[in-house]
Write a new protein. Structure first.
Length: 90
């Protein structure tokens, strides 16, 4: 039982490490977005808005994939732990 607990704890720690890594990247992207200032030239405003929109989309994708990966990893860990605690045939 202790080996199983240690195994699931280490799997959870790995999953959280990956998640926090993704959040660090997302934080960097968000900081870059905040630092961008609109151009003085009105002609450059449309490309600026397009670039900002793309950066927001990339950030959204990163956040969504990081969250889905964490949910998937945790669900897998919980499933394995339940299988260990409730052997088949009982």
């Amino acid at each position: 039982m202790c080996a199983q607990r240690a195994s699931s704890d280490s799997q959870l720690a790995r999953a959280l490490k990956v998640f926090y890594g993704g959040m660090s990247v997302a934080r960097g992207q968000l900081l870059r977005l905040r630092q961008c200032r609109p151009p003085e030239d009105d002609q450059m405003l449309r490309p600026f808005v397009h670039q900002q929109s793309q950066m927001l989309k990339d950030l959204e994708d990163l956040l969504e994939s990081s969250l889905q990966k964490l949910k998937s990893d945790v669900a897998f860990i919980v499933k394995k732990k339940k299988e260990y605690l409730l052997p088949r045939g009982r």
